[in-house]
Design a protein around this ligand. Structure first.
Ligand SMILES: *Cc1c(COP(=O)(O)O)cnc(C)c1O
Length: 395
């Protein structure tokens, strides 16, 4: 019996090492990694620049706490602000903490501006914002809330990307709107650009804050630095994590100056957040992701993948209902249980991730090349063909 809490149904696979888009088991079996540890290892495994940054920092100083100046934190914070809408950054260790900080910032902004009654956020059905008590309440999914007592107060869910429904959910206590530009866990559901633009306008009109959870969609995943850039809008607050540390736990809450000002000394904190090791790796990730041409390459590879997936979906319409997503954040909505396709891909040496709404997520590292995209497409094509022939055998 394992000593670990049984919270995960694990695959049984165990990896000894990784290189780029590939993982290798103890026995030396090779897997094409289109999961990236759930959109985390953005630069693949054992990227030399990240290995160098982490090991160089490890020789110097690991941790000093936020009681002191941390040069790497100032630098990464400034670089994130220079590359986004943001003026201020708070570093965390995870996505849930970044969302949690975002929720606190939204509430505190209104408190600081004489409207402490404005603490509620409008959220969306099918959303995922993490596993803390506040973020499961924000996500609103029964399976995440069950057995954990009354959900944290202050979240009003609407069912669809419908601006009238959002307007109807807004009241005197509303602080803002929280959503993912592409719902990752919820099934790679893309939020229409028009809806994001309407939300921005509605928030401006009503003095509310637009809070984006880009924990999964950020740091180049969709072919832009952050996914909201496609819709040509900016949020007031944004949570980032996953790819930001390339595999080292790094999260961030980014805000405008107006919001950031409200977070005066003592209002929030983290022992580990933004420590020198994390910041060394975060800065190294940005060295690569913000290099001219890198995001264009991601978009290009995303297009190649999308085109090939569209062809596969056409050919295997009994298995695949729809291709979803953007850039290298793609999803296959299945007609058969998604677990069957994931298992068939694993048999072909390819790793993917399940998502809600019966979707298989494809989250390759952002450094993926044409050869690896083509390899993935052949595996998916083969897996679909195998599922089809299994179905006919059983018929
Ligand atoms: C993964 C994820 C989170 C939670 O991140 P953790 O690091 O697991 O806490 C929050 N929001 C979104 C959109 C995510 O994909």
């Amino acid at each position: 019996m394992s000593a670990l809490l049984p919270t995960y149904a694990r695959s049984g696979l165990s990896f000894a090492r990784g290189e780029g888009a590939f993982l290798f088991t103890e026995a030396g079996e090779r897997y094409l990694d289109f999961s990236s540890g759930i959109a985390v290892t953005a630069l693949g495994h054992a990227h030399p620049h990240l290995v160098e940054a982490l090991t160089a920092q490890a020789q110097k100083v690991w941790h000093v706490s936020n009681l002191h100046e941390i040069g790497g934190q100032e630098r990464l914070g400034q670089r994130l602000c220079d590359a986004t809408f943001a003026d201020r950054v708070f570093f965390t260790n995870s996505g849930a903490e970044a969302v949690e900080a975002s929720i606190k910032c939204a509430r505190r902004y209104h408190f600081a501006n004489g409207a402490p009654e404005r603490y509620r956020l409008v959220t969306f059905e099918g959303a995922f914002h993490g596993r803390t008590l506040a973020t499961i309440a924000a996500g609103g999914q029964a399976k995440h809330l069950e057995g954990f007592g009354p959900p944290a107060e202050g979240f009003d869910q609407v069912a669809t990307f419908d601006i009238d429904a959002v307007e109807a959910a807004i009241g005197d206590e509303t602080a803002g709107v929280l959503l993912e530009p592409i719902m990752g866990e919820g099934g790679m559901r893309e939020v229409p650009y028009r809806f994001l633009q309407d939300l921005r306008a509605l928030c401006d009109e009503k003095g509310l804050l637009l809070v984006l959870d880009e924990v999964q969609s950020g740091v180049g995943r969709t072919g832009r630095f952050y996914a909201h850039e496609w819709a040509e809008i900016t949020p007031d607050i944004m949570a980032s994590a996953k790819g930001l540390g390339g595999g080292f736990p790094v999260g961030a809450c980014l805000t405008t100056e107006a919001v950031g000002q409200a977070m005066v000394p003592g209002t929030h904190g983290s022992t580990f957040g933004g420590n020198p090791l994390a910041m060394a790796v975060g800065n190294a990730v940005l060295d690569v992701v913000l290099e001219p041409g890198f995001l264009e390459d991601v978009a290009q590879m995303g297009l190649r993948l999308k085109q090939q997936l569209a062809g596969i979906a056409d050919e295997h319409s009994e298995i695949i209902a729809e291709v979803r997503g953007q850039g290298l954040m793609m999803g296959l909505k299945c007609k058969r249980p998604n677990a069957e396709l994931i298992a068939a891909l694993r048999e072909r040496g390819m790793l993917t991730v399940p998502a809600g709404d019966n979707v298989v997520r494809l989250l390759p590292p952002l450094i993926v090349g044409e050869a690896e995209i083509d390899l993935a497409s052949r595996a998916i094509d083969g897996a679909c063909a195998a599922l089809k022939s299994r179905a006919t055998e059983h018929a």
